[in-house]
Write a protein that binds this ligand. Structure first.
Ligand code: PXL
Length: 256
């Protein structure tokens, strides 16, 4: 079998825990060849975001065209897209090249630093979600996308049902006893356990990258979600420096 490929379109977090670096480490650990397009540079560590420099739109487009011209990419994931303009560009390219897209609707960093500009949530809903094979909000992102305030599991289910009208969705566990709520035609609870850890910076990126990698390896959506949840749990347990540790090729044991 030739090595599967995937593309991430996301921001650069120099701390190495989240963003493009987390995505590429995760792809690599699952033996998926990773390609990457940076939407914005950030200056941050696990405690704070000190700056964001978006890449010019025309240059993002040029990179996308060249990667897709050079490689048979079928699956991509999006992370920090930062502005409605970048969202619209990615949506146009996904349509043009008929790509299968997993959307991680990144709005803020683990530290609370803002990674989005005005109108991002609306642009994601309008332009990206109708084309997505999956959207992977955490509780806060699910709240923003649905407009439903989430205090307990019932609220997260209501948010999943609402977002699920536009795209298959998994609302990731975090604070809901570690369970993930998946809605695609029907509701499914993906059991997990809540892990108390301070090494969670980048867990959303790693999860959505793992789902994308498993899909590119040929798993169906539900299997990809289950496998990604197991991987992220292990990565959190092995965390270092306030971030996850994707433990590279040792992850090959997760390979189906
Ligand atoms: O985890 C969300 C995220 C995504 N993308 C970038 C980030 C972060 C969190 O810090 O820095 C670039």
């Amino acid at each position: 079998m030739t090595q599967p490929l995937a593309l991430t379109v996301a921001g650069f977090d120099p701390s190495g825990g989240a963003g493009i670096l987390a995505d590429i480490k995760t792809f690599h650990s699952l033996d998926v060849y990773g390609t990457a397009i940076i939407t914005a540079l950030t200056a941050q560590n696990v405690n704070r975001v000190a700056g964001v420099e978006p890449v010019p739109l025309e240059f993002i487009e040029k990179q996308l065209d060249l990667v897709i011209e050079g490689y048979p990419i079928r699956y991509l994931k999006t992370g920090m897209l930062y502005s409605p303009e970048i969202v619209k560009l990615v949506a146009r390219k996904v349509d043009e090249y008929q790509l299968q897209m997993v959307v991680d609707p990144v709005l803020v960093a683990g530290s609370g630093g803002v990674l989005a500009t005005e109108g991002l949530v609306q642009a994601i809903k309008e332009h990206l979600l109708p084309q997505a094979v999956l959207v992977t909000p955490n509780l806060q992102e699910a709240q923003e996308l649905s407009g439903i305030s989430i205090q307990e599991e019932e609220d997260a289910i209501a948010a999943a049902l609402k977002i699920g009208k536009i795209s298959p969705v998994v609302v990731t566990g975090g604070h809901l006893q570690g369970r993930d709520i998946f809605y695609h035609d029907k509701l499914q609870i993906i059991e997990g356990e809540l892990i108390e850890s301070s090494h969670t910076h980048g867990s959303g990126c790693t999860y959505s990258a793992a789902v994308t990698a498993y899909l590119s390896r040929g798993l169906v959506l539900e299997e990809a979600l289950q496998s990604a949840a197991v991987l992220v749990k292990k990565a959190i347990l092995r965390g270092r420096l306030g971030t996850l540790n994707q433990f590279y090729r040792k992850n090959l044991q997760h390979k189906p």
